[in-house]
Design a binder for this molecule. Structure first.
Ligand code: HEM
Length: 155
């Protein structure tokens, strides 16, 4: 029987709540910066010749903001269902989510700083690594839900 003190859900929930809200703030600020580039009609971002940059930075903004929400959702899940934290893979899951939040939007952003015609820069190589981290973590979260009682077995 896992006691309240053994259960690591609290510290991990706190970690992901903090990380989620701060990364949401960061990527919303990036959205605001993109809005300003539109407002001031900045060619560096809006010229047709720079459309790869615009596409990459929009993807960085959208993925970063959405992943921030995923961290918050994970933190809330850990609080509401602390039993899922008993899974031995919690540390890997948590590290994978943080890595995905850095590598996916970071890779898109870096891919738009320096690019080659229609091809993004080398930073884009971080994106598939981040995607694998995210896929592994989300799979582990889904698998950890088997620890929750089912309606037919809970009676
Ligand atoms: C949870 C919050 C947010 C999410 C999930 C989100 C997601 C997205 C997505 C998916 C796109 C791409 C839309 C498309 O190309 O069809 C986008 C574009 C954009 N977002 Fe956000 N967004 C959020 C908040 C914000 C905020 C607060 C701002 C700024 C005040 C903002 C500014 C922009 C701008 C300027 C674009 C267009 C970029 C361009 O095409 O040049 N976003 N966002």
């Amino acid at each position: 029987m896992i006691t309240k003190h053994d259960n690591p859900s609290g510290p991990y929930a706190g970690r992901h709540l903090r990380f989620g809200w701060w990364s949401l703030w960061g990527f919303l600020s990036l959205g605001l910066a993109l809005e300003l580039l539109h407002g001031f009609k900045v060619g560096f971002y809006l010229d047709v010749s720079n459309e790869t940059r615009r596409f990459m930075w929009t993807l960085a903004h959208a993925h970063g903001a959405l992943l921030g929400l995923v961290h918050i959702l994970f933190a809330v899940s850990l609080r509401v269902f602390p039993d899922i934290a008993t899974s031995s893979s919690l540390r890997t899951t948590s590290t994978g989510l943080v890595a995905a939040s850095l590598l996916l939007p970071g890779g898109f952003f870096a891919g738009g700083v320096q690019f080659y015609g229609g091809d993004p820069g080398l930073g884009i190589l971080l994106v598939p690594i981040g995607a694998v981290c995210l896929a592994v973590s989300v799979c582990q979260i889904a698998r950890s839900l088997r620890l929750l009682p089912r309606p037919d077995k809970g009676r």
